[in-house]
Design a protein around this ligand. Structure first.
Ligand SMILES: Nc1nc2c(ncn2[C@@H]2O[C@H](COP(=O)(O)OP(=O)(O)O)[C@@H](O)[C@H]2O)c(=O)[nH]1
Ligand SMILES: [Mg+2]
Ligand SMILES: [Zn+2]
Length: 258
């Protein structure tokens, strides 16, 4: 086994041997279930976490403002990878209550579990605990949205606001942190924007949008991309059964693969 492959990541189950001097040596990493890989600029991949079965996208209601494309991309990523998606809205004290209600209704209507957590007042923290109970969960989302704050509110230990700027650019923590819960775990991750789906065909992508699957079968063309074809039932549903923001995310992910 090469040295690199042998590096355990958060979520790994390992066999260890205790040495007489008190040190511990990892002898074996058990086969991994679903792993989260991050792509580097040079095309290498790095495993960030293993055995995750719930991907919780954290999105701030303000500061930074909600980026629905990022949320929709992470939800689609989870759908395509067969991992359960969940959503946590944060910073309700800075956000607009009407928008909070609107986002909650939209995503709950699509079948995604969504909770709005205020880590200061601890509002809805119990609901979040319930959401991740018994799961191997990981918090993902852009830097600064409040992942580490939530992680700490649940009992984990992680630096908050760890995106301090140094002279030579942004200092980012690349390793995630794992917090063991009674019967599962929660991993805090550094800001991630790189769960790009890459180049993906329209049928596969539309399949990751639950609200598109029914209209998609009614499109005139079987290989409809739902971008400009005549007789497209998906386009006809935008503003009705399909939220304009969701359709905009679909278009962006298809036309500007990341
Ligand atoms: N006002 C307000 N600020 C928050 C809230 N949650 C986090 N923050 C702040 O947002 C900044 C980034 O939070 P952090 O948890 O480090 O974000 P991360 O990069 O996603 O881990 C920190 O300065 C936090 O104190 C919240 O609910 N309300
Ligand atoms: Mg953090
Ligand atoms: Zn169509």
């Amino acid at each position: 086994m090469s040295g690199k492959r042998f590096m355990p990541v958060p979520g790994d189950v390992v066999c260890v041997r205790m040495l007489e001097d008190g040190r511990t040596v990892v002898e074996r990493i058990e086969p991994r279930g679903f792993t989260l890989e991050r792509r580097s600029a040079v095309g290498r991949t790095k495993t960030m976490a293993a055995n995750v079965d719930l991907l919780v996208t954290v999105m701030a209601l303000a500061n930074p403002p909600p980026r629905l494309v990022t949320l929709d991309q992470l939800l689609a990523f989870a759908e395509l990878e067969g991992v359960t998606p969940g959503i946590v809205l944060t910073k309700p004290d800075l956000g607009d209550p009407a928008q909070t209600a609107e986002l909650t209704a939209l995503y709950r209507g699509l079948g995604y579990p969504i909770v709005c957590v205020n880590p200061k007042t601890r509002e809805n923290l119990a609901a979040l605990r319930e959401l991740i109970r018994g799961r191997h969960a990981m918090l993902v989302g852009n830097s600064g949205v409040g992942k580490s704050t939530i992680f700490r509110a649940l009992g984990g230990d992680a630096p908050v606001g760890d995106v301090s700027r140094h002279g030579l650019g942004r200092q980012t923590t690349t390793a995630g942190r794992l917090y063991r819960l009674d019967d599962g775990f929660l991993i805090d991750s550094p800001g991630i924007n790189e769960f790009g789906l890459g180049s993906i065909d329209a049928q596969t992508l539309a399949g990751a949008f639950p609200e598109m699957s029914e209209p998609a079968v009614r499109c005139r063309f079987r290989d409809c991309t739902h971008l400009q074809e005549p007789g497209c039932a998906v386009q006809a549903e935008v503003g009705a059964g399909i939220a304009p923001s969701r359709y905009a995310s679909y278009r962006k992910m298809l036309l500007e693969p990341s």
